[in-house]
Design a protein around this ligand. Structure first.
Ligand code: UD1
Ligand code: UDP
Length: 395
């Protein structure tokens, strides 16, 4: 028998500790934590590293999560080494105190990597949520590609959003504990997007979403720091200047001082470019639902926007999320200002080009990912005889 229960007594409830630290991990883990809390097979605990502080706290509040442990590690302009070492040291104490049966980590951040490594050091089972995404380039995205590859080696259970993600792991020789579940972000999205939503960020209520073309922008990746980010911001400035009446650019700027500096330097003073603070997750999802176009280097937005039928221009050289590119709703725009501008202008001016990209597809999930992950854990720990069915995209 391959299940984890081969090595374990059937144990009920299974003590599961979810570990996360940044905004996207929290958004994507929140519905899973709720699912685990609601099921009698599990005793659910949450430990946040707080690699992000304000941007994490906003998500905890929206989803009403109350972590039992908070390592509070964030520093201004933190380095990869400080994040990793502070997480490792903090988690060692948490694991000694609680001794979970299973630790869940999410995605590819430094919290994810340190969480898996700290669990490995104490021989605790590891489940990797959002497993198997790959670009194949160790420095892009940096350091996320290496984080997720290393966690793939450390983990016992791999919850892959899509069949292609599972194939990536199989190519690396990982053959046990693989589940195709869909992405939990779609579960989260189904709870936040509402008709007639009223924004608490006032400027968003003043925009005429029928008459104006709203371009939603985010940008934060470390590999874009420097020249690529200069190029991206230059393209956005040119785009806003080209359509002063028709276009409203809305850019919730990441709190990183590196990003803040370059964004404000290029875009301050343009009447139709609104640089605002990070939005709460429900505000962001509802704004996306009303936008015309999304321009982003974010991973999460590349999954959410296609589900809402919004075209995406990816401000990166590559993506680990090829499914929506294949479905035609996402294009890789790269980091050259001229090319980014050309693609955006085409979508502003050609109804045909726009229609070809603006259709809702859902290659990333059907809103059942958390239930499947919980079912898989119950199965692995011998509490159920049935493995969950696989997520299958319908397009
Ligand atoms: C991190 C993740 C990245 C993920 C992103 C999501 C790593 C190495 N990077 O990148 O994979 O895509 O989160 O947003 O794990 N800051 C604040 N307040 C906050 C959050 C950040 O002030 O609430 C500032 C701090 O100065 C901090 C800096 O932003 O030092 C960078 O944060 P960090 O987590 O190191 O990097 P991100 O670019 O956010
Ligand atoms: N997001 C948010 N407010 C913002 C920007 C993003 O709630 O101001 C959400 C977004 O909808 C998605 C997640 O945060 O769910 C993506 O986070 P981010 O882009 O920081 O990280 P990535 O997905 O690239 O790791």
């Amino acid at each position: 028998m391959d299940r984890l229960s081969a090595d374990l007594m059937r144990k009920r409830p299974v003590k599961v500790m979810s570990i996360f630290g940044t905004r996207p991990e929290a958004i994507k883990m929140a519905p899973l934590v709720k699912e685990l809390e609601g099921r009698e097979e599990f005793e659910s605990y949450c430990c946040v590293t707080a690699q992000h502080r304000q941007m994490l706290d906003g998500v905890l509040e929206i989803f009403q999560l109350k972590p039992q442990f908070d390592l509070d590690i964030m520093e201004q302009r933190q380095t990869l080494s400080t994040i990793t070492t502070k997480c490792l040291l903090g988690l060692e104490k948490v694991f000694e105190q609680l001794r979970p049966d299973l630790v869940l980590v999410h995605g590819d951040t430094s919290t994810t990597f340190a969480g898996a490594l700290a669990a490995f050091y104490q021989k605790i089972y590891i489940g990797h949520v959002e497993a198997g995404l790959r670009t194949g380039d160790k420095y892009s995205p940096f350091p996320e590609e290496m984080n997720r590859s290393l966690v793939g080696r450390l983990a016992d259970l791999h919850f892959c959003p899509t069949p292609a993600n599972r194939e990536n792991l199989e190519r690396e020789g990982i053959s046990k504990g693989l589940y195709v579940t869909g992405n939990t972000v779609i579960d989260a999205l189904q709870t936040t997007v509402k008709k007639g939503y009223h924004f608490t960020t006032e400027v968003l209520n003043r925009i005429d979403y029928e008459k104006k073309k709203v371009v939603l922008v985010t940008c934060h990746r470390r590999e874009n720091y420097g020249q690529p980010m200069e190029q991206i911001m230059s393209a956005l400035g040119q785009l806003a200047r080209r359509y002063p009446q028709e276009l409203e650019l809305i850019y919730p700027v990441h709190l990183s001082p590196v990003v803040q500096e370059v964004a404000h330097r290029h875009l301050d003073g343009l009447a139709n470019a609104h640089l605002i603070g990070p939005l709460a997750a429900d505000e962001m999802h509802n704004l996306m639902a009303r936008s015309y176009l999304v321009m982003t280097d974010s991973g999460g937005l590349q999954e959410e926007a296609p589900a809402l039928g919004k075209p995406v221009l990816v401000l990166r050289q590559e993506t680990e999320r090829p499914e929506a590119v294949q479905a035609g709703t996402v294009k890789i725009a790269g980091v050259d200002a001229r090319h980014i501008l050309d693609l955006a202008v085409e979508l502003m001016e050609s109804p045909k080009a726009y229609r070809q990209m603006a259709h809702a597809v859902n290659p990333y999930g059907d809103g059942q990912a958390c239930r499947r992950i919980a079912d898989a854990i119950a199965y692995e720990f011998g509490l159920s005889d049935r493995a969950p069915e696989e997520f299958q995209a319908k397009n």
